[in-house]
Ligand binder design. Structure first.
Ligand SMILES: Cc1cc2nc3c(=O)[nH]c(=O)nc-3n(C[C@H](O)[C@H](O)[C@H](O)COP(=O)(O)OP(=O)(O)OC[C@H]3O[C@@H](n4cnc5c(N)ncnc54)[C@H](O)[C@@H]3O)c2cc1C
Length: 456
């Protein structure tokens, strides 16, 4: 019988284990993880012999110690403005306090030399406000892919002797017993007095089945749909030179919808993203100036919240992406001027433009793909951004479609992040409460403290 069983070794699970180990070194804590330890996480794509996904039984990018963010850029945004709704459960001050605490630990375990950006500029914020745009406030610790890996390595060294890690052990079933929880895995059956589930986005379908099995209510109601905008880097230099990454929100006049910028890449490239065979668009940038392009790209996303009886928000997003794939054989690109004039872009029109596309996409007509409501929202925001960064709404600005951000369903948890079953907690991205490294980590610390308080 373990004192606590943790399912998933992403940031949520790691920080729960870390806090429990720190304050209760004599407790028996087990972590069950579908993937492997950090050093065994190797994606077979080498760009040479293997160029694309071969669908390994366990994905090394998404699964294993460190979870989905192990090979990420390691951007820890310390804010309540985006990255999740943890503050709705635990309060704004507490949420920031815990994100700061996570930052301290990351620094202690190897991140101390990295930069903490204060991502706000009063003059830019004022200019945005004058044009109905809202610049969001956030501190950002940018660990970078290399240091993020080192921090995880050091955390693992600290934990490995004190916590029982069960790698390559996929949890198949969780049952509520009188004395706690029974956890069935691909290798055995275990029991724990309490159970923390932190299975992230990769475990979202699994989470759905567990909730249905244990009678925990869920709702699924959000998907973000939009385009990736690409323009000359000089157009956006006022923002990108002053801020690490600007997150700007706009409330559309026609529909009162929330539209936001996402993932801004100065001098970056637009790339394809393949999710289960559906091709959508994304963006990257490199720190090495030799790899800089002349363009900046960012997403403009419209948040769609659905109400009863519809509950398949992710399928709605998928179907719109499928439509663009059907018409364009993949991602479609259109000049803003062509969209406004109601004509498709053609290879010649793209070629004649002053913005050179960094992604080879099919010139076409996004108005045949994106519903009118979302397209109107995006066009409105482009005109609003044009007032802050003139020439954003130029004829040659390129729009790639579609970009989709999927969300996990919302699991019914209380202010302790505990389900209707005492001692069963759901945290991190699989709960629908968080969708970022800092929020997921903070939720892990919060639940560990809650368990400790109940014991004292
Ligand atoms: C490429 C990429 C880059 C990202 N970059 C950033 C960034 O810079 N900043 C940011 O804030 N966020 C970023 N994110 C998002 C961030 O990684 C997640 O929000 C965060 O990892 C969520 O943490 P988590 O612990 O909830 O879940 P995860 O990190 O997803 O971890 C869940 C773990 O549970 C395991 N698991 C799932 N099901 C089971 C099961 N049944 N049994 C046992 N184990 C199971 C999985 O294998 C996984 O290891 C990025 C995501 C990706 C994919």
């Amino acid at each position: 019988m373990y004192d606590v069983c943790i399912i998933g070794a992403g940031p949520g699970g790691i920080f729960s284990a870390y806090e429990l180990m720190k304050y209760r070194p004599n407790w028996k804590i087990a972590v069950f993880e579908t993937g492997g330890p950090l050093h065994q996480r190797k994606c077979p794509i080498d760009g040479d012999k293997i160029k694309s996904c071969v669908h390994c039984p366990v994905c090394s990018i998404m699964s294993g110690f460190g979870g989905a963010g192990a090979f990420s850029d390691g951007k820890y945004n310390i804010t309540n403005e985006f990255g999740g709704n943890l503050y709705e459960y635990i309060g704004k001050e507490k949420a920031i306090e815990l994100m700061d605490y996570v930052d301290e630990i990351n620094c202690e375990y190897g991140g101390a030399e990295t930069k903490l950006y204060d991502n706000f500029d009063t003059i830019i914020a004022k200019k945005c406000l004058q044009n109905n745009l809202h610049l969001l406030k956030a501190k950002v610790r940018h660990l970078g892919t290399d240091i993020n890996y080192i921090v995880l390595q050091n955390l693992y060294k600290q934990l490995e002797d004190k916590v029982e890690f069960h790698f390559f052990e996929h949890v198949t079933r969780v049952d509520h017993l009188e004395s706690g929880y029974q956890i069935e895995t691909s290798k055995g059956v275990y029991t724990g007095a309490r159970c923390i589930i932190s299975t992230g986005r990769s475990g979202s379908k699994w989470m759905e089945s567990i909730c249905s099995h244990l009678g925990i209510e869920t709702k699924s109601n959000r998907v973000d749909i939009g385009v990736r905008v690409e323009l000359n880097a000089d157009t956006f230099s006022e923002l990108t030179d002053s801020l690490y990454e600007s997150k700007i929100v706009y409330r559309s006049k026609t529909y009162q919808d929330r539209v936001r910028t996402f993932c801004m890449n100065p001098h970056g490239v637009v790339v394809n993203e393949n999710t289960n065979g559906i091709v959508t668009v994304n963006g990257h940038s490199y720190t090495d100036p030799k790899r800089f392009t002349e363009n900046t790209n960012f997403a403009l996303l419209v948040s769609n919240h659905f109400t009863q009886p519809f509950h398949q928000s992710n399928q709605y997003g998928e179907n719109i992406a499928k439509l663009s794939n059907m018409l364009g054989g993949g991602v479609i690109v259109q000049r803003f001027g062509d969209l406004i004039r109601g004509q498709r872009s053609t290879p010649d029109r793209i070629q004649a433009g002053f913005v050179r596309p960094t992604l080879k996409a099919t010139p076409g007509d996004l108005s045949l793909v994106i519903p009118k409501r979302q397209l109107d929202d995006i066009i409105e925001m482009i005109y609003a951004l044009d007032k802050v960064c003139p020439s954003t709404a130029s004829d040659d600005t390129l729009l790639y479609g579609v970009e989709v951000k999927f969300y996990n369903m919302q699991v019914d948890v209380n202010k302790h992040l505990e389900t209707c079953h005492k001692g069963l907690y759901v945290i991190g991205d699989c709960s629908g409460v968080t969708h970022s490294l800092s929020h997921a980590s903070a939720s892990g610390v919060y639940v560990a403290h809650d368990i400790l308080e109940q014991e004292s």
